[in-house]
Design a protein around this ligand. Structure first.
Ligand code: ASN
Ligand code: ZN
Length: 321
């Protein structure tokens, strides 16, 4: 419906979006789920009409357009993490085809999930470059689809910040998995390589050090808190969904680095099972999510170092679990 396609700017170069209730998707017949993604890339030709012209299908040879190829590859990397690590077939767990539009709008400084597909702007070239450049940004947008089809976290306040954080967590995990990185090798940045020549900074957000990703005349300073004592109360940005996501982002970083090794394994399993296990309510706050991650850690790994690390990580960011 038209509301899904309506975007409003919140003044921070990020776009608000209303995610509609989870759709029931007609799945493939039992046993017929493919282990390959079904990707289609569309080109909006620099206008804001979706989906645009179909320019690339799954079986096609690489395009002459590097943006198209990056979108295709990034969707593939994301599909792979969800399938090979978490046993999930695509966004809805039932093989949903992956559709993405590139070259959306004129110098468009954002990327988003519109409830049905991913959309990537080219950036204006000064503040932001092409939004298909960082694979974690592609993973972030696709994960909004996974969240919509699972816990369906309401995109406002703490539940909205959890929704944002889950997109950052799995976005980062997709990059780490694709590069085979351990927790100490990962940069824990979202959108590294995306900032243009006019911006002083390294990325959109940092899970390791929220609030330090950029400090710039034009963009201002990264507004993210790392802990609850810095929690930001605001009506902007859907109640600060891209701001307070720093807190659960940092909790995940603390957990993953405490456990060490590959973050997509134990830490990722706990977050994935919490998101998709059917117990997380769509209006969950940070504390409800934290309690459920601890319970999930116990279910998956028993009473031991994993659950202790989960409790410690939340306590370090000031969230009661
Ligand atoms: N890039 C942003 C995001 O996916 C855009 C938005 O808020 N709709 O969170
Ligand atoms: Zn997001």
């Amino acid at each position: 419906e038209p509301a899904r396609r309506t975007l409003e700017h919140d003044g921070s170069l990020r776009t608000r979006r209303r995610i509609t209730a989870a759709r029931t998707t007609v799945g493939s017949p039992a046993g017929a789920l493919s282990d390959k993604p079904q990707r289609t890339i569309f080109d909006a030709g620099h206008v804001e009409t979706l989906p645009g012209t179909k320019v690339h299908s799954e079986a096609d040879k690489p395009s002459k357009d590097a943006t198209v190829n990056r979108a295709h590859a990034g969707l593939g990397a994301t599909f792979d993490l969800y399938l090979k690590v978490y046993g999930r077939h695509s966004i809805d767990g039932a093989g949903l085809p992956l559709n993405a539009t590139v070259h959306y709008g004129q110098s468009y400084d954002n990327a988003f999930w519109d409830g049905e597909q991913m959309v990537f702007g080219d950036g204006d070239g000064d503040l932001f470059l092409d939004f298909t450049l960082p694979v974690d940004v592609i993973g972030h947008e696709l994960t909004h689809g996974v969240t919509q089809h699972t816990a369906n976290l309401e995109y406002y306040g703490q539940s909205g910040a959890l929704n944002e954080s889950i997109s950052d967590v799995f976005g980062s995990l997709i990059k780490q998995y694709a590069l085979g990185q351990t927790t100490d090798q990962a940069d824990w940045l979202i959108g590294a390589g995306l900032l243009g020549p006019d911006v002083t900074g390294q990325a959109l957000r940092s899970m390791k050090a929220p609030g330090t990703a950029y400090d710039d005349d034009k963009l201002g300073k990264d507004p993210q808190p790392a802990t609850m004592d810095q929690f930001v109360r605001t009506n902007r940005d859907n109640g600060g969904v891209h701001i307070n996501s720093g807190i659960p982002n940092h909790a995940f970083y603390l957990l993953a680095t405490a456990l060490g090794g590959h973050a997509w394994e134990r830490a990722g399993n706990i977050w994935y099972a919490t998101l998709t296990g059917g117990q997380l309510s769509s209006d969950a706050d940070f504390a409800a999510f934290a309690r459920l991650t601890a319970a999930t850690a116990k279910t998956l790994y028993g009473e031991g170092d994993a659950v202790q690390a989960v409790l410690k990580a939340w306590s370090q960011v000031g969230v009661p679990a």
